[in-house]
Write a protein that binds this ligand. Structure first.
Ligand code: NAG
Ligand code: NAG
Ligand code: NAG
Ligand code: NAG
Ligand code: NAG
Length: 675
């Protein structure tokens, strides 16, 4: 019989290295419990060999009782003494929520494995309220994670030695004395991490030691608890050894024992950590089970993620690609990053579109870091050569500072595209207050203020700044209104881009039809006086509320300047005033502005006043100039403006003209092809 058991055990050992020796001489060691035959009561062994004591009252005992007493031969008196024993086990308390767990786990030496009368909860499934299980013969080492004042618990994380009672003989907070410096190191019993416990009793010295340490830390020399105790009175001849746990109702807690060794009359065999089962993973499923599915899946996902990243990177790069050349470095501070502009305008969304002008679309944007409202103009171009000069000009224009000039903040360059960043003007462009039927309109005093503003900006450009700047495209739609309805001149140098961009002998004369001075069409040379011509047209425009070239009710083309001049000749100048003003205007001012308008847009450049003179009229109280009807001769211009350029061609015989539009409704540039 005995040999059969040994044979079976040997077979078990051969088949599975997990279980170590187990003999009835009171020595055994379990590196995991996969094949261990323990007496289990509301406890189980997991497939990978963990002993799990969980629900309510869990018990697990070594199946055979062990003889804990012997007849002492040390004295002539034949007395019965408790034998020395030593045990070591690795445990883990795993709460569903970290730091929360119920009651705890205990190593138990008891005369029975029948704990049906014991209570769970704080009674550790060992005793009941009348203290009565098993004739009061119980030794327990409790790993207690709940503080029960009923049993005078010291805290909710302690190790205690219990004899026949749940009131510990001695207890200490969980931890260990480090071997190197002797300091006490705290441990948290329900930390979900495996820890090792040693319980050693010396029958000779009648001393019971309890030692705790994190797993893999060698047994500390100084035990956590050391109690002088004679277990002779506690032990019966045979006792069972095992574990008890108790869990509460509300807090789901699992108490695991990973390995356990025991020995009577000698040290317990050390546990081999490499052979211990692993604790179940929290959250994701244990890897071993789903490895076959997870690995290819994760690899696939990883590859997909890498590809997606590469695609995103390429897309991102393409999307935000810019053109930047060495020579631009000197303009560094004025350069914007395209991505910033893209983000500022919400990706140039339609709803941020402020308008479509002659040279491109204008979008509203916000630079969040600076809390700055901006307007971004996208200008497409196809010339490389002109861009450099243009940018140089843009940058120098960026240095212009005048309260009647829309501040250019900087630019950005992409392939075939320029982005110009301006201060955002709350009230938009002036033209929408002049031409939109039933739209918003302006009082005369507002118009007069705007006129003075534009005049001031031109004075600055032509005479006050370090260089003479020619705007080239003065018109109502390039006058923007800020929050206080001040007129500000915008869109500098754009016309010039096309001028610079000319290929070969071709010369673009740029500007807007109706604002082009006759000599500009002829020579292609912009001067302050060509700006002045456009300013004159602008004065008529803002006072009359009409476009420079308009279509009347009878579908006839009306050239504003001719129409005003005609009324001037017929002494009915007040008839040209914008009917929307409904007679609310300062007559003197209106007549002055109209006369200045005619003066400035005189076909002969040398007859036009300079800006300082205009200022003296508007600001300095000079009375309106006297324009005799014969003094001005517009016929030549009339011919040019709406009967073709034939007569001019005779003046400029080397040129042949054609008209082309530059991607917009109102801006027209006149192309002169030199021969
Ligand atoms: C032996 O036993 C007797 C009676 O039980 C006792 O009086 C005596 O002291 C004992 N001797 C020793 C050495 O324990
Ligand atoms: C356990 O003890 C109770 C009484 O103390 C008894 O009724 C029950 O049958 C016992 N169970 C076992 C399995 O021996
Ligand atoms: C159990 O008995 C011990 C004495 O052995 C006593 O100190 C303790 O208070 C008792 N506990 C209960 C719950 O009655
Ligand atoms: C406690 O256990 C003792 C001994 O087994 C038993 O006599 C007693 O009835 C139990 N008390 C309760 C409240 O279960
Ligand atoms: C208990 O610990 C003390 C040191 O604190 C040691 O001297 C003694 O031998 C230990 N006893 C056992 C049974 O391990």
């Amino acid at each position: 019989m005995q040999s059969v058991v040994v044979l079976v055990l040997l077979l078990l050992l051969l088949l599975d290295g997990e279980v170590a020796s187990s003999t009835d001489d009171g020595q055994f060691a379990y590196q995991g419990f996969a094949t261990a035959r323990l007496m289990l009561d509301v406890a189980s062994i997991t497939p990978n060999g963990l002993l799990e004591l969980s629900n309510k009252k869990g018990h697990a005992f070594y199946p055979s009782p062990l003889s804990f007493r012997k007849h002492s031969s040390a004295t002539t008196n034949s007395s019965i003494v408790a034998r020395s024993f030593s045990t070591s086990f690795v445990f883990a308390i795993v709460g569903k929520y970290d730091g929360l767990s119920s009651y705890g786990l205990a190593f138990v030496v008891a005369p029975t494995t029948n704990f049906s009368v014991a209570n769970g909860g704080p009674y550790m499934s060992l005793l009941n309220s009348t203290n009565g299980t098993a004739n009061n013969r119980i030794l327990a080492v409790e790993l207690d994670t709940i503080m029960n004042t009923e049993f005078q618990d010291i805290d909710s994380n302690h190790v205690g030695i219990d004899i026949n009672s749940l009131v510990s003989q001695q207890a200490k907070p969980a931890g260990y004395y480090a071997d190197d410096d002797g300091t006490f190191r705290d441990l948290r019993l329900n930390s979900r991490k495996p820890m090792q416990v040693w319980v050693d009793y010396d029958g000779q010295t009648r001393q019971l030691n309890v030692t705790l340490s994190p797993v893999q830390v060698p047994k500390p020399k100084k035990p956590l608890l050391s109690e002088a105790i004679d277990l002779s009175a506690v032990m019966e001849d045979t006792m069972y050894v095992g574990f008890s746990s108790s869990a509460g109702i509300s807090i789901i807690t699992r108490h695991y024992v990973l390995g356990w060794s025991f020995s009577l009359d000698g040290p317990a065999l050390p546990l081999d950590f490499s052979k211990l089962p692993t604790l179940p993973r929290l959250g994701p499923k244990p890897r071993s089970k789903v490895f076959d599915i997870v690995l290819p899946l994760t690899t696939g996902l990883l590859v997909a993620a890498v590809l997606a990243t590469i695609f995103f990177f390429l897309w991102h790069r393409r999307r935000f690609a810019e053109v930047r050349e060495d020579w631009e470095d000197e303009f560094g501070p004025h350069r914007f990053v395209y991505k910033d502009l893209f983000l500022a305008t919400d990706g140039f969304k339609e709803r941020n579109l402020l308008g479509i002008g002659g040279f491109g679309r204008v979008y509203k944007g916000v630079i969040p870091t600076a809390n700055l409202d901006i307007a971004v103009k996208r200008v497409s171009h196809d010339s490389r050569q002109g861009v450099r000069e243009f940018i140089a000009e843009v940058v120098s224009i960026g240095h212009l500072r005048h309260r009647n000039i829309v501040q250019l903040l900087g630019y950005c360059r992409r392939k075939g595209e320029l982005l110009l960043v301006y201060d955002y003007m709350e009230n938009g462009s002036l033209d929408k207050y002049l031409y939109i039927k039933n739209g918003p309109t302006l009082y005369w005093c507002e118009r007069y203020k705007i006129i003075k503003g534009v005049m001031a900006s031109l004075l600055y450009l032509h005479e006050e700044w370090e260089q003479v700047v020619i705007h080239r495209d003065i018109k109502a739609s390039n006058v923007l209104l800020d929050s206080q309805m001040n007129g500000r001149l915008g869109d500098f140098g754009l016309a010039r881009l096309y001028d610079h961009g000319t290929i070969g002998k071709t010369t673009h004369v740029v500007g807007t039809m109706g604002y082009l001075a006759p000599e500009l069409v002829c020579t292609g040379k912009a001067t302050p006086l060509t700006d002045m011509f456009a300013f004159g047209i602008f004065l008529l425009e803002i006072t009359c509320g009409r476009r420079p070239i308009d279509i009347d009710e009878n579908n006839n083309q009306v050239v504003l300047i001719d129409w005003v001049l005609e009324h001037h000749r017929n002494d009915s100048i007040l008839d040209v005033i914008d009917p929307r003003l409904a007679g609310n205007f300062n007559e003197e001012e209106v007549i002055l502005v109209l006369k200045l308008g005619l003066m400035c847009s005189h076909p002969s450049p040398n007859t036009r006043p300079i800006m300082r003179k205009v200022m003296q009229y508007l600001d300095g109280g000079l009375s309106a100039p006297d324009l005799s009807p014969t003094y001005v001769n517009y016929s030549m211009m009339m011919l040019m403006q709406h009967e073709g350029f034939d007569s001019y061609m005779t003046l400029c015989p080397q040129s042949e003209t054609s008209i082309c539009t530059v991607s917009g409704e109102s801006s027209v540039s006149v192309l002169l092809e030199g021969r």
